[in-house]
Ligand binder design. Structure first.
Ligand SMILES: [Zn+2]
Length: 257
């Protein structure tokens, strides 16, 4: 209910940034501090990337005072949104910006990983390019280390350059405790409860490979970052029990031939 009020409350809409942040579809953006926007150093080079740069900046910083045609006003509005996005990419890798995005990440404002094995891990927005107009924003899951398209079409059209290629990695460097534990939990294809033979053989091979790799890392005293070993041992004993099933599949396969 609070969100709804903030969208319609006239007190909020009188300030451009508040209006922008609370507009539907702009949920991925955090609010850029006034101080940051008014320091010219932070905006270096953006004047060549944004049309009507000065007027757009005036609009973003609430000092726009210009009687212009509706058509020009629309163009300036569009430029202001683009300018905000470009500054946003720079702002979110600053200490203040990272802290604001971390709060949004904790609230899962960017959505949760759709992969079942990721247990609703919150996502982070990221760009595949730091150059504008190349690729729309994608969502990064730190648990499966993969990328996803935003669910909403409003989010799917946001420029990825407004978040950039580094932000999500910097966030975990600055806040390593936020990094979820790695997991080897995977989906195993089954037919009527029996493991599919080829897939099961591949999974066994991959499991052995990962065990060898972990042994090597352990010998070198390198932290693997995987979930605690005890849990893994339980999983292993489960798997031994299921080996019987594989034999069962072979049995049925012979019957089918
Ligand atoms: Zn995931």
């Amino acid at each position: 209910m609070d969100d709804f009020n903030s969208e319609t409350d006239s007190d909020y809409t009188s300030y451009w940034r508040d209006w922008f942040i609370s507009s539907r579809g702009n949920e991925y953006f955090c609010e850029i501090d006034e101080e940051y926007l008014t320091d010219r150093f932070n905006l270096t080079g953006l004047n060549t990337e944004v049309h009507h740069y000065q007027l757009a900046l005036d609009l973003v910083t609430d000092v726009f005072d210009n009687d212009c045609s509706d058509e020009l006003r629309d163009q300036i509005e569009k430029s202001a949104r683009h300018l905000y996005g470009l500054v946003h990419a720079r702002y979110i890798v600053t200490t203040r910006g990272l802290a604001k995005m971390l709060e949004k990440f904790k609230k899962a404002d960017f959505g949760k990983c759709p992969r079942v094995m990721c247990d609703s891990q919150p996502l982070l927005p990221m760009g595949l390019s730091d150059v504008a107009n190349q690729q729309p924003v994608k969502l990064y899951c730190a648990r499966c280390e993969d990328l996803y398209n935003p669910k909403s079409s409003r989010h799917a059209v946001i420029d990825g350059a407004y978040f950039g290629t580094s932000f999500h990695n910097i966030l975990f460097q600055v806040y390593p405790a936020m990094l979820p534990p790695k997991t080897r939990r995977r989906y195993e294809p089954r037919v009527f409860g029996f493991k599919v033979h080829a897939a099961a053989a591949l999974a066994r091979w991959q499991f052995e490979q990962s065990q060898e790799q972990k042994e090597r890392l352990r010998a070198l005293r390198i932290e693997t970052g995987f979930e605690d070993e005890e849990e893994e041992l339980e999983e292993e004993s489960d798997e031994e029990g299921e080996e019987m099933d594989v034999g069962g599949v072979e049995g049925t396969a012979r019957v089918a031939q």
